[in-house]
Design a protein around this ligand. Structure first.
Ligand SMILES: [Zn+2]
Length: 187
């Protein structure tokens, strides 16, 4: 069956191209401290991406020992989602830009602190580089407002999402899973 063979060849070609483009987008510096291999989608970013480092006690080496964690492990206050440098970041909800000032080198040079007073959260996003909004600006849901980068991230391009209480410090940080609305893409 010539047609069958042709179709098979075309299919194989598609699979090959697909795997090549995936490999081209992977960052060789990424290290995944999670068994979850799901590529999640979210209204906050373009494409589907893996969680690199979840919230909570971690054996990742960048954090100083925390009394909440055993074996001198550190505590990660947000979740890291691995994504290629330049991946667009969208406002998953309406929000106001509270700050674009430095939070120390761990968050990169241009972190964002965003707020939704009605829903009762602040969202700190680290490792953004190109930021298209300014402090005080109101941003509508769906607006592209920054891009992912490796600013302050030796472990490759990713975004750090950290949910805090309004005006709260690190100790108020909680799992941002509901806020980020991470879901498995439907096939
Ligand atoms: Zn992080």
């Amino acid at each position: 069956m010539r047609l069958g063979r042709l179709l098979l060849a075309a299919l194989l070609g598609l699979v090959l191209v697909g795997s090549l483009t995936t490999a081209a987008h992977a960052d060789p510096r990424w290290v995944f401290y999670s068994k979850d291999k799901t590529h999640y989608q979210s209204p906050w970013f373009k494409g589907t991406h893996r969680i690199m480092l979840p919230f909570g006690c971690t054996k990742a080496p960048y954090y100083s020992p925390d009394p909440r964690c055993s074996a001198r492990r550190g505590f990660h206050h947000g979740i890291d989602v691995a994504m290629p440098c330049g991946t667009p970041l969208y406002a998953g909800r309406g929000l106001r830009v509270v700050s674009n000032a430095s939070l120390g080198p761990a968050y990169g040079a241009h972190p964002l602190r965003l707020r939704n007073r009605t829903l009762g959260w602040d969202l700190v996003i680290g490792h953004t580089r190109r930021v298209y909004v300014r402090e005080g600006q109101r941003v509508k849901r769906g607006t592209m407002f920054a891009r992912a980068s490796d600013s302050g991230a030796p472990d490759g391009c990713h975004l750090h999402f950290e949910q805090r209480a309004i005006g709260g410090g690190l100790s108020t940080a909680v799992w941002p899973r509901a806020l980020l609305r991470l879901t498995r893409p439907s096939r």
